[in-house]
Each structure stands twice: as C-alpha cells, then as structure tokens.
Design a protein around this ligand. Structure first.
Ligand code: GLU
Length: 310
C-alpha cells in the first residue's frame, strides 16, 4: 500500500481532515453507507476530524428532503460529524471565484457544442466521451456559447491511490477539455469538489472507486488553482448480483434506521474488517469504536468492486 504523502501515521495525524459528500438524490443505500463508514473509520483511526458536505449543486437531480433524511440516517448509525455541515447550493460565489481565476489565466474557453454534436464528434474511451476540442480555437460563426471548458493541453496526471495504487491518466486522450460551467448555468461537480475540499482543509479523501476516474481531473484543477492535493483512498463499490453499482437507478433499497447495529456489521463485513460476532448485541458506538481501533483498509487493496446481497 503506498504511503500517505504528507502526514506521519499514528496518533500524530490529528491534523487529518476527512469528509463524506453525499448527493441528496434520494435516501442512503448500502453502497453510500459503506463510503460513509469507510471515510468515518479512516478519520477516527487517525484521530482526525470527519466532516459532512451535502453535494446539492446539481439542483435538477436534488430530491427535496433527501439531505435531511441522509443526515438522520448517518446519526442513527452513530456516524456523528464534526463541524457544521456545508451545502454546495450555498457556495456558488466560491465556485465563481475559482472559475474567474481560471478564466483570467486563459485556460478556459466557451463551447457551443450541443449534446448531440459532442456525441457525434467525440471518441468513446470506456464510459467516457472524449471531447474533440471543436470550440478550442473559437466558436463557429452563428453559434452561441453554451458551456465553458478548461483546456487540458498535454497534462498527464499520476495518482498514487492508497488502495488502488498508481493510476495514470492522459487527460487529452482519455477525457479531453472538460466542462466547468454547464449549459444549464451550474458549476460542474469537478470544480465544486476541488474548491470545497480545499476550503474545508481536507487532507484525506476516502470515497467509492466509481470516482477514481474523476480524480485526475480534480488533481489537474488543484494544480491550476494552486491548491494542495489531498491523499486519496478509493473504496470498492458495492455491486448487485448483476454487477451493477447499487444506486437509485438500479433500485437499491434505502438503508433503514431500524437496525443500525446490524447494518453497520454488514458494512464492516463488506469492508473486510471481520467484526467479532459479540458486537452484534452491542451498540453502534461500540461497533464503531472497535472498527476505528482495528481499521485495516489494506485488506481492500486493488479491489474496485465487491458484490453485496441486498
Ligand atoms: N457527491 C458525490 C457522490 O455522491 C461524491 C463526491 C465525492 O466524494 O467527491 O457520488
């Protein structure tokens, strides 16, 4: 497992600041609870702070009441956060500041391409559509700007993930210039997450491996904005029997608040922490204290997804 870059291991890592950043598109399901538990345990194991941020920037996808429901579910599982919860929907001015900084540096350009034009001209690399750069040298006459993209030039980003090891992404051939201000006027997740992690002084990002391919874009933006890069640990994603990520779209069941001890036990088993059976008759606090003291994420090394029966 690679070493964490900036902080020594053990009790001295009290400057550790981790976070869980759910999108309030519905109630927590088992897969998102696993990410919450993993980031919580990593923070508590290092005597660090654990923050919660609600990623409600994508207002069209936000479901009313979901944020409150997620917070209540975390609390009922004993996952108590430090400091005030922040909401991306209230932080547009911060994203705008970073956006203007990039615009002034000449790294951004307006893009007039419609979804269809992008799909028609893009190269497909895995699940990503690589933007062809049609508007990089100016918008064609008669067209109007819809979104703003950042140039990736020849950036090749290498990430030493604490579980997944070394990943290298050539942004030009694997992603292309990417959108920071969307056609609907909203700032993109990639920009918001970078601004927020820096503003909250996050030293360690622990989240699902579905976000691993976004991380080089985030590191690139950190470099352009002169921000520190935290260390990253991408946990295996929980998949159903068909190999699909648990999500609202794949009809994953919401986590109930009625049996938090047993749900935590299952989350720890999923994370290969092998909780002792006696913990089943204890409290959420006892379960989490045991798990934080015995946290061994290296058991998940090189594991991008794991099946779960729900
Ligand atoms: N809000 C994102 C999600 O739920 C996670 C963002 C992050 O952890 O960086 O997928």
């Amino acid at each position: 497992m690679p070493k964490r870059p900036s902080l020594p291991d053990g009790p001295y890592r009290s400057q550790y600041r981790g976070r869980f950043a759910p999108s309030p598109t519905g109630p927590l399901h088992f897969g998102s609870l696993v990410a919450a538990v993993g980031s919580y345990l990593d923070a508590r194991h290092h005597q660090g702070k654990w923050l919660v941020r609600i990623d409600d920037l994508d207002t069209p996808r936000t479901v009313g009441g979901a944020a409150a429901d997620i917070l209540a579910t975390l609390e009922s599982h004993g996952l108590h956060w430090d400091e005030q919860v922040i909401y991306q929907s209230q932080r547009t001015a911060e994203y705008e500041r970073a956006f203007l900084q990039l615009q002034e540096s000449g790294m951004m350009y307006p893009c007039a391409c419609s979804r269809k034009e992008i799909a028609d001209s893009a190269l497909q690399r895995g699940n990503e559509l690589v933007y062809s750069g049609s508007c990089r040298n100016g918008i064609a006459a008669g067209k109007t700007a819809r979104s703003w993209r950042v140039r990736v030039d020849d950036a090749v980003i290498t990430l030493d993930d604490l579980l997944q090891g070394m990943t290298t992404q050539d942004l030009a051939s694997e992603i292309g210039d990417f959108v920071l201000l969307r056609a609907d006027g909203l700032y993109a997740y990639q920009l918001a997450v970078v601004v927020d992690d820096a503003a909250q002084g996050i030293t360690d990002v622990v989240r699902g491996a579905d976000l691993l391919c976004s991380t080089p874009r985030q590191i690139y933006l950190q470099q352009l904005l002169g921000l520190k890069t935290p260390s990253y640990m991408h946990l295996p994603v929980a998949v159903n029997a068909r190999g699909e990520k648990l999500s609202k779209q794949t009809l994953a069941k919401p986590v109930t608040r009625h049996s938090p001890v047993s749900t935590l036990f299952n989350a720890l088993a999923f994370l290969r922490q092998y909780p002792p059976d006696e913990l089943r008759s204890g409290t959420t606090e006892e379960m989490l204290d045991w798990a934080a003291a015995n946290w061994k994420p290296e058991r998940l090394s090189n594991c991008l997804h794991l099946p779960v029966s729900t």
